[in-house]
Design a protein around this ligand. Sequence first.
Ligand SMILES: *Cc1c(COP(=O)(O)O)cnc(C)c1O
Length: 374
Amino acid sequence: MTHPEWNRIPMVDLKEELRLIRTPLLEIMTEVLDSGDYILGEKGNQFEKLAAQYVGASYGIGAASGTDALALSLKSLDIGPGDEVITTPFTFFATAEAIAQVGARPVFADIEENTYNIDPTHVEKAITRKTKAIIVVHLYGRSANMREIMRIAEDNDLFVIEDACQAIGAEYDGKRVGAIGDIGCFSFFPSKNLGAFGDAGLVTTNQEGIYEKIMHLRNHGSLEKYHHAAIGMNSRLDEIQAAFLLVKLYYLDIFLHKRKEAANRYTENLHPLLKTPPIAQNRKHTFHQYCIELDKRNELASALDHHGIDSAIYYPVPLHLQPAFDYLGLKKGDFPIAERTAERILGIPIHPMLSFQKQDYIIKTINDFLEDNG
Ligand SMILES: *Cc1c(COP(=O)(O)O)cnc(C)c1O
């Protein structure tokens, strides 16, 4: 049973966005092809400057992905074997994967029931003598409680890395995320709020020392060709992706505004029995995802599917229960709020091109389900 005017409503519609910006993308792509410079050139420099400016950070360093941005950040702080890094179990795998990649131990702290972000109270309890840093994730595009996180970091002499991969443009107390902690990490995976046409990422920081370290770590530990000061990575932002991102950055605020409009329409019109994303006065939410919470999550997902509407679970398995982290010796029951949320959360379609008509159809389908199954 699908809608007569369209086939399915996907979670994101990158092709529809492409239709809008195809011409400037093709123009800038030709410019890069003709330049003969494909790695570490002018477009990359330009994007690093403009993106850092957008975030409100002093420095921006392009990387090959958001995951690499996280790993480079940890390496730049000399975090490795023997060290512990506290993070949330309710995030995309890459957050904790990066900690393990540099040889450190991920230590999880449960989330807040309302915001799905790491709970500062649990962070404080998880600190040991080995703790070096906190990686805070701004999940779904909504800032974590940065005032408390920064206070805890200061009191305990810890670094703060912001995993802002889902949250470019999000704000806390009027400050953009990625410029609040010591380091900010961004992903430009195609479906993110600022998406490239392939993998791409960025590190931001206000500290010159960290900037200089990451500048060489991303390039085989080298600033001067064939002279290597450290063991680094091959993790650069390709010129062609930087060029595409320059075009997309121009549209970012318009697209974020469209997401916000769609989110408001959902929140105003969805059935009051549903838990919808809470809004806090001092935060600007950028709605990378719009997630609702309910007991009959799986039944609603089937009903939506039946009506031609895609939905997705972010995330079905908390990280402490992932087989890859078996070696941490954690078990079900260790992080009850993350576990309960994983069973109840459901993301519904949200993107800048989502029409009011499609949104209203989604709202009606969900509300009808709740009337029948409340
Ligand atoms: C997407 C994402 C990443 C990883 O980014 P990639 O560019 O795909 O490597 C890390 N953390 C979070 C929270 C993400 O959403």
